[in-house]
Design a protein around this ligand. Structure first.
Ligand SMILES: *[C@@H]1O[C@H](CO)[C@@H](O)[C@H](O)[C@H]1NC(C)=O
Ligand SMILES: *[C@@H]1O[C@H](CO)[C@@H](O)[C@H](O)[C@H]1NC(C)=O
Ligand SMILES: *[C@@H]1O[C@H](CO)[C@@H](O)[C@H](O)[C@H]1NC(C)=O
Ligand SMILES: *[C@@H]1O[C@H](CO)[C@@H](O)[C@H](O)[C@H]1NC(C)=O
Ligand SMILES: *[C@@H]1O[C@H](CO)[C@@H](O)[C@H](O)[C@H]1NC(C)=O
Ligand SMILES: *[C@@H]1O[C@H](CO)[C@@H](O)[C@H](O)[C@H]1NC(C)=O
Length: 514
């Protein structure tokens, strides 16, 4: 009996190559050694605690062997979607393919172990990679073992493996094995400072590729993040500018036109970064990564200036007091004038109303006080006293006001921004306002937008005043969307200080696509 088994085994190895683990099933026992199958299950279903089983035909021995070695829960005849492990066992590849069709292979967590209880060749339909989409797959047959290469490296291929340990999937550790990825970004401080570029044609698409040798250009938060990703995931890259006149592009019906999102959409690039807002619109066209930071649009607005206004002299006392004072002066003058006509003792100069008015005002402010006041002495003393009180109150209030100058209204909120006469702008394409502002401000902020033609244009607008500079704050530092020279911001009178916060909250994301 033993001789026979060894002979058959030798014949089998001659036909199928190196299969030290395969034994021919002679007495209803399995052709797979327990030890080997156990190791294959461990590698194929690493980390799984339950699995879905699909068995077709009479394979009781293999099935029993699998269940014993696996040792966790399993579901037979149905699919438990909470379990990502799938075990398939049959003789006929057609049955197996029917089973695979029911598996949600689009989910990259899916782990599939197929045992074909027959001999298969390299051109079997089972090796059609398109069945498996993103799943991890190992296939064991009587004629050999195969493992499907990782889902992140396209095209995927089935590799013939010799040892069960070669069936291990690289869980969570992506290694792109030095593949070259096409990437898009542009000059968007502080995220990317790349600016020097050359024109080249790569894969029949013309592009402007960044080529600077200046290490300062290879700076920027997202550039650094990207470099770390490249190192970790082991890929090389070529970085190009967005095309089509836009930075991110615009959604047009069913396509995306221009910009980095457009390049991703047309699959000209694999990855893009550079201040991409995590928003619904691009999400419909390309897959976005998780956001890495939360930023919002900010405006740098001119610092409120002190108000210099002649009428500020009237401020120390209120309008009511002014009215009361003027009325009292007129009434008092009338009274003295009438009294001068009735009472002969009152000096005759009071018979002129103009004289009376002038003298009473002079006495009120303490400037002019002729001594001859027969018949009016008490009344005029009281008048002097009232004048003293009013003048003292006015002067002290004025002095207090002069030491704390008046300022223009502050600009802290979008509503205050809209009430002022500020305009804002940027160079390049007109922004997509719905990306910038909440709906209630969109229309009004749009009306205040004036495109900048150049750096000089921007400088002139800042110099003229009434101009807000748009940008974002990262780590407490304000970064304008376009370059602004420090001298523009410091020129006296026009110090830009205030930062108008939160028009729209959003997060930055990298865009990754397959
Ligand atoms: C692989 O399967 C797909 C359908 O899923 C089919 O269109 C394609 O022709 C098959 N390829 C081969 C080489 O059989
Ligand atoms: C990166 O990929 C290359 C090419 O396949 C390989 O030689 C190298 O060992 C990989 N590096 C790492 C750290 O895996
Ligand atoms: C590259 O091409 C663009 C137009 O596609 C052009 O504006 C630019 O000047 C070119 N750059 C160089 C360095 O030739
Ligand atoms: C695409 O959208 C434009 C407006 O943006 C519209 O005029 C045009 O009819 C649309 N085309 C299609 C094919 O839907
Ligand atoms: C995003 O990725 C998922 C899974 O890979 C895919 O089904 C979907 O079509 C992708 N979305 C876009 C817009 O490409
Ligand atoms: C706002 O500024 C414009 C010119 O920039 C001027 O014509 C307009 O009168 C100003 N409006 C107010 C309310 O100051």
């Amino acid at each position: 009996m033993w001789k026979c088994a060894v002979l058959v085994y030798l014949v089998a190895s001659f036909v199928g190559g190196d299969r030290s683990d395969v034994l021919i099933d002679i007495e209803g026992s399995s052709w797979l050694q327990n030890e080997h199958l156990g190791e294959m299950i461990d590698h194929s279903f690493e980390g799984s605690r339950c699995c879905n089983v699909f068995v077709k035909g009479d394979n009781r021995a293999l099935f029993r062997q699998f269940i014993e070695l696996y040792g966790h829960d399993y579901t037979l005849g149905a699919i438990n979607r909470k379990c990502y492990a799938y075990f398939l066992l049959a003789k006929d590849p057609a049955h197996l393919i029917a089973g695979i069709a029911k598996i949600p292979t689009i989910i990259a967590l899916t782990q599939i172990l197929v045992i074909v209880d027959a001999e298969i060749t390299e051109n079997s339909r089972l090796f059609n990679v398109s069945f498996y989409k993103n799943a991890n797959v190992n296939i064991i047959s009587r004629s050999g073992m195969w493992s499907l290469s990782e889902m992140f490296l396209r095209p995927r291929i089935f590799k013939n493996v010799v040892r069960p340990s070669d069936m291990r999937h690289s869980r969570g550790i992506v290694n792109l094995e030095g593949r070259q990825l096409q990437v898009a970004t542009f000059y968007v401080p502080p995220l990317s400072y790349l600016s020097t570029s050359d024109n080249k044609t790569v894969e029949q698409v013309e592009g402007e590729f960044f080529s600077s040798n200046n290490p300062l250009e290879w700076d920027g938060v997202e550039v650094k993040l990207f470099m770390m990703m490249a190192k970790r995931l082991n890929f090389t890259w070529m970085i190009r500018k967005p095309n089509g006149g836009y930075r991110y592009g615009r959604a047009r019906n069913s396509t995306w036109e221009g910009g980095m999102i457009g390049q991703l959409f047309r699959k000209e690039v694999d990855l893009a970064f550079g201040g991409i807002w995590f928003m619904h619109d691009p999400y419909r066209y390309v897959n976005l990564s998780v956001p890495w930071y939360q930023v919002s649009i900010h405006f740098l607005v001119p610092r409120p200036q002190p108000i210099t206004n002649f009428w500020a002299l009237t401020r120390p006392i209120t309008v009511h007091v002014w009215i009361a004072v003027v009325t009292t002066v007129i009434v008092q003058s009338l009274h003295v004038w009438v009294k001068a006509w009735i009472n002969p003792k009152v000096p005759s100069r009071f018979r002129s109303f103009a004289n009376t008015l002038t003298e009473l005002i002079g006495r009120l402010v303490g400037l002019w006080a002729p001594q001859k006041t027969d018949g009016l002495r008490v009344q005029l003393h009281l008048w002097h006293f009232a004048g003293l009180l009013i003048v003292t109150a006015y002067c002290s209030s004025l002095a207090a006001r002069l030491t704390t100058p008046d300022y223009e209204n502050r600009i802290d909120t979008p509503d205050q921004f809209l009430k002022t006469n500020l305009t804002w702008g940027r160079e390049g394409p007109i922004p997509k306002f719905d990306d910038y502002f909440e709906e209630k401000y969109r229309e009004k902020m749009m009306r205040k937008f004036k495109s900048e033609k150049s750096l000089d244009d921007r400088k002139e607008k800042i110099d003229r005043g009434n101009y807000a500079i748009v940008g974002r704050i990262i780590n407490c530092i304000f970064f304008p969307e376009n370059d602004v020279s420090a001298s523009d911001l410091r020129s006296d009178e026009r110090t830009f200080r205030k930062i108008l916060p939160l028009i729209r909250d959003s997060a930055l994301a990298c865009v990754v696509t397959q």
